[in-house]
Design a protein around this ligand. Sequence first.
Ligand code: HEM
Length: 527
Amino acid sequence: MAVVLAAAPLLALAALLAAAAIVRLWDYAVVRLLWRPYAITKRFREQGIRGPSYRFLRGCNDEIRSLKGKTDGMVLDIGDHKYLPRIAPHYLKWRAQYGEPFLYWYGPQPRICIFDYELARQILSSKSGHFVKNDAHPTLLALVGKGLGFMEGTDWVRHRRIINPAFTIDKLKMMTRTMLDFAESMAKELEDQTSQNKNGETKVDINRYFSELTVDNISYAIFGSSYKLGKEVFQAQTDLLEITMATFLDVPVPGLKYLPTESNRRKWMLERKLKSLLKQIIQPRLASGECGNDLLGVMLASCIETNKQGGKQVDLSLSMEEIIHECKLFFFAGHENTALLLTWSVYLLSIYPEWQERLRKEVLREFGSDPPNPNALGKLKEMAMVLFETLRLYSPALFMQRKTLSNMTVGSTKLPKGIAIVIPIPIMHREKEIWGEDADEFNPQRFENGISAAAKVPHGLLAFSMGPRSCIGQNFSMLEAKSTLALMLQKFSFTLSPEYVHAPVDLFTLKPKFGLPVIVTPLDMCN
Ligand code: HEM
């Protein structure tokens, strides 16, 4: 009897926990997986918005996988820029079938895909706080961290305020000198390779070279000098990206991310490695009390300042954990996209040699054979036009996402709370009503009078997004791309290798599936 009485509270607790679990399960299985998809589909249908049907738990993931599988082997002719069926066959199919916008399901999450520039402008430039970043895939979060790119509200304001000073134009100009030094070393490596060949030329995967160059540049910009550790960070992030892409369309089984599956264990190991690598860079700097002039220095200064003031200035400081997250994000966002901008620019300049020659003439006119002057890179107008056209046709960033925090109305569309919104940059960059009949063609001339005059709307180019969450690194990236290209054009000419296979692929960013093999010839050999 005494035993039964003693066990009573435990039994009551167990019953309470079981009841809570049943309520949660009910909420998840019945409300979220059954009732909500039905209610949302109905609500959108009433507004005339349709889309592919919801399938229990899997949403439309199977159809996406199957459509992508079918176009994955597709190879395009060199010079054919119509690669959208390779990277977004599902969006093209559903748009043709259901009109726009349309509703689809990423697992149980409803998503609305919009193509209208005015809707995109309203959503991206909203400061109301009702459109926030969509929930990121857990492996993607492990890869890029919960830094600036995934924060909201006052936290985002605090981080952006602290980090902005690292990107002032004066700081960027100082960084450009280092960027030129790195580009010079890359050029030297290429020269050495060409000199070993009798015909004086060399074939290289230029994407690999640009990847290394941009890793060097971002390591320097963030950490000041830790290139070796920077390269290890790069490798850990590359491996995490591979896991993200492999598991992206898996059925989102609840709780799966906590189970020690092979891919989860690898993910955890890489996450720990990434954190420990970053700590190895950050802690000695913090211990020395010397913050330094780089991005890490700017962030550490906010910590030290706060410590000195007894931790009172919390609104303008970052914790160690937050700094680690920012380092992850800046490292990833800061090299990959620029490497791709450079890669696709070289691809386009190789297949349009008249533009390659025009840019070379512009560079030689401005700098002769002297190293490009960081203060005069802004004078390279034709180069800017080519870079913008590259960002339009081969935008490294692909699909931006937001989520509504409450019921919202945009234009005439009513969006319920919690719906994700997809803004497909590469598709919008090909809209003929916005860009003209030649939207699928390479025509840098359209940027002759600047970005805002290039299309029917001033915000046509979305490669760096727009509004308060637009890319903080865009000037960094443009200076890096201009200084590298200027130096390359002064020294070399490049043509596509016959081995090149034109198959742009969505690997979170837009990559050349088989790299970009090009034949590089020193200019003195061409004359
Ligand atoms: C060609 C190069 C680049 C492209 C195409 C690009 C593209 C973008 C885009 C589209 C966004 C907005 C994403 C969204 O709203 O969902 C963004 C945000 C961001 N980018 Fe870039 N980026 C580039 C280079 C860089 C560089 C060099 C850095 C760092 C040095 C950087 C750091 C960031 C950060 C931190 C954000 C988040 C900003 C915020 O939410 O406040 N990016 N980028």
